[in-house]
Design a protein. Structure first.
Length: 158
């Protein structure tokens, strides 16, 4: 009877130990699953924080980019204005150079014409004839200057 009870006890003990081992394995699996889930949640939280940081950085960079575009537009407008001014002043400079050259030519013609008329003519006739000659020279010079101006305007327009 003792051996029968002892066998029953060992069988019951063995069954109970198997049940406990099975429960322990189930608990280990649950604990492992919980650890994995906790790691995934931690990873998810970390990824969400990174996402938020990148979103904020993207918004900052977008704002900086918009400000840079505004500055660039202002600089483009200033550049266009300066280019227009430069073109205008170059045209004015060219026109004034042409005027200067024509005036120098007129002055030379006038002086050389005066010298020729003074050497050929004498007395009171010199003053009257020189005035008429210089007036006609001046008129032709003014006409040539007008033609030059018209030509430069035509060149600027084309």
């Amino acid at each position: 009877m003792i051996t029968g009870n002892q066998n029953d006890f060992f069988i019951a003990f063995k069954n109970k130990m198997q049940q406990i081992m099975k429960d322990m394995n189930d608990l280990k699996e649950k604990a492992s699953a919980e650890r994995i889930k906790a790691k995934q949640d931690a990873k998810l939280v970390q990824i969400e924080q990174e996402r938020d940081w990148f979103r904020n950085e993207a918004l900052k960079l977008n704002k900086i980019c918009k400000n840079q575009k505004i500055i660039l537009d202002r600089l483009k407008i200033q550049y266009e204005n300066v280019s227009e001014d430069k073109d205008y002043y170059q045209a004015q400079l060219f026109e004034e150079k042409m005027n200067s050259k024509t005036l120098a030519i007129e002055n030379f013609k006038f002086k050389s014409g005066n010298l020729q008329s003074n050497s050929v003519k004498s007395g009171s006739q010199v003053g009257i004839d020189d005035g008429i000659a210089s007036h006609s020279n001046l008129k032709s010079s003014v006409e040539s200057v007008q033609r030059m101006r018209d030509n430069t305007k035509n060149l600027e327009e084309s």
